[in-house]
Design a protein around this ligand. Structure first.
Ligand code: MD3
Ligand code: FE
Length: 208
């Protein structure tokens, strides 16, 4: 079946509402993950608190503290391994990556961001993974957000992309290291998440 898609850049594809039919299952999975690995706000290496709360699932998880950003096999908050990935969500992610031109993508981590009203994410690059040839696949749930992306430098023009409930975004190839971020969440209410937004990014952190 041909799914509707929108080309954002040459190697970034948006599949509007592609995850919507699985929304309650994905939210139930997020709640199972947070029961083991609670959402927490991390501190940047500069000592500033991050506005979005995060947790992870997979063989490793992305963590941040005063020593820097890295992937860790255990949750530093509990000392336990991260919860495992969900097969049904991984299937959706791999199919979306394949449809966007990245066949064979097999994520080993899902970083989950939780935004309350007013929370955003400043311009950054996702560069802590070992293999930049793998894409990143994002699923948005709950309140809509205004995502922006720029070029390979922090400053310069940006393009805005609205991300709504159920949207799947695949980003790879030459666009993989673009700066990007999320504008502060506007007040609102979503029937499934209330005054929140969740974003899941499926990544390949380890090259082996
Ligand atoms: C652009 N998350 O977790 S998802 C992040 O909405 C992150 O929570 C945002 O940026 C969020 O690091 C954006 C869309 C996205 C995902 C992966 C990308 C944009 C990307 C990888 C490279 C460039
Ligand atoms: Fe990012």
């Amino acid at each position: 079946m041909l799914l509707p898609s929108i080309a954002i850049t040459s190697h970034a594809v948006l599949f509007p509402a592609r995850a919507q039919h699985q929304d309650t299952d994905i939210l139930a999975w997020i709640h199972a993950v947070e029961a083991v690995a609670p959402f927490r706000t991390m501190t940047t290496p500069r000592g500033l608190p991050m506005k979005a709360a995060i947790t992870n699932a997979g063989t490793v998880g992305w963590v941040s503290d005063r020593h820097g950003y890295r992937y860790s096999t255990v949750d530093p908050m509990t000392g336990k391994p991260w919860p495992v990935l969900n097969d049904d969500v991984v299937n959706l992610v791999c199919q979306s990556a394949g449809d966007a031109g990245f066949p064979g993508f097999r994520p080993d981590v899902c970083l989950i961001n939780r935004y309350d009203v007013g929370a955003g994410m400043g311009a950054h690059r996702d560069e802590d993974e070992q293999d930049f040839s793998a894409p990143i696949v994002s699923i948005s749930l709950g309140l809509p957000a205004r995502f922006f992306f720029g070029g390979l430098e922090r400053t310069g023009p940006t393009v805005a992309v609205p991300l709504a409930h159920g949207d799947v975004l695949v980003w790879g190839g030459p666009d993989r290291l673009r700066y990007h971020g999320v504008r502060p969440l506007k007040p609102g209410s979503h029937p499934l998440t209330g005054s929140r937004r969740f974003n899941l990014t499926f990544r390949k952190a380890l090259s082996m």
